[in-house]
Design a protein around this ligand. Sequence first.
Ligand code: B1M
Length: 222
Amino acid sequence: VDSLSVIHEAILAGDAAAAEAAVRQALAAGAEPQGVVTGAISPALDRVGQLFESGDYFLPDLLVSARATKGVFDVLRPLLARGGVATVGRVAMGTVRGDVHDIGKNLVAAMLEGAGFEVVDLGVDVPAEAFVRAAAESGANVVGLSALLTTSLPSMKASIDAMTAAGVRAGVKVIVGGAPVTAEFAKSIGADGYASSAATAVDMVMELVGAGRAANAGKARA
Ligand code: B1M
């Protein structure tokens, strides 16, 4: 069995120790950190979601899979981020108020770091005022909002509205994403960009911070 399928199975089973051991083994055997994300972690989480939707997995199953994923990311994060390279820009990112899903957000953050961005992680269940503060004070060129629940979409709009009301909206670009978010919704709440996946989020953020830089960073990433 190849190491990516071992990681996949360990995340599905919620076995944090096995997942971490398999990742270390894959890396030692020469696997690329990004390849571990796209080849094992993302597909495993997609499968976990399907099993939850079909009623075969329950909340505790989601939780242990989520925990195993976090452990794996702790190993991968420093490798995904390119040490010592001048940053392409700064992105402040969080999951909006009422929503605690952060696996997708963390994946986007890790991929952005891998592409040379500095990421300020605002966490989960982030109130509108915290996004306002981040836009005003963190030095971020881009503010990213993530939501996984249909019921937290209004918080996404409220966060952008609060930035506008506080007069800080024009100073940053805003990108939104997460499973229930669509391009139309993003447009309707006045976001500058929308991405359906971590990879397209990186492309979109690069586009938002400037085409010239995007071309260079794109080369560095390839
Ligand atoms: Co919850 N949950 N969950 N959950 N959970 C979903 C989202 C759900 C679709 C499952 C289902 O019923 N089919 C459903 C939402 C239904 C809806 O509103 N439409 C749901 C529900 C109902 C709930 C609870 C209400 C359950 C309950 O308590 N009864 C509860 C809510 C808690 C809360 O937030 N207040 C809840 C809780 C949880 C856990 C805590 C157990 C756990 C989260 C753990 C964690 O994140 N730390 C959890 C999980 C794991 C899931 C599923 C299974 C997986 C989510 C995930 O991590 N996906 C999910 C079902 C599913 O997705 N099929 C589900 C993998 C991740 C890589 O994808 O997050 O989509 P995703 O991110 C993608 C893109 O969306 C995009 O890039 C990422 C990478 O490609 N993206 C961005 C994300 N953010 C972006 C930001 C960007 C750009 C792109 O720019 C800023």
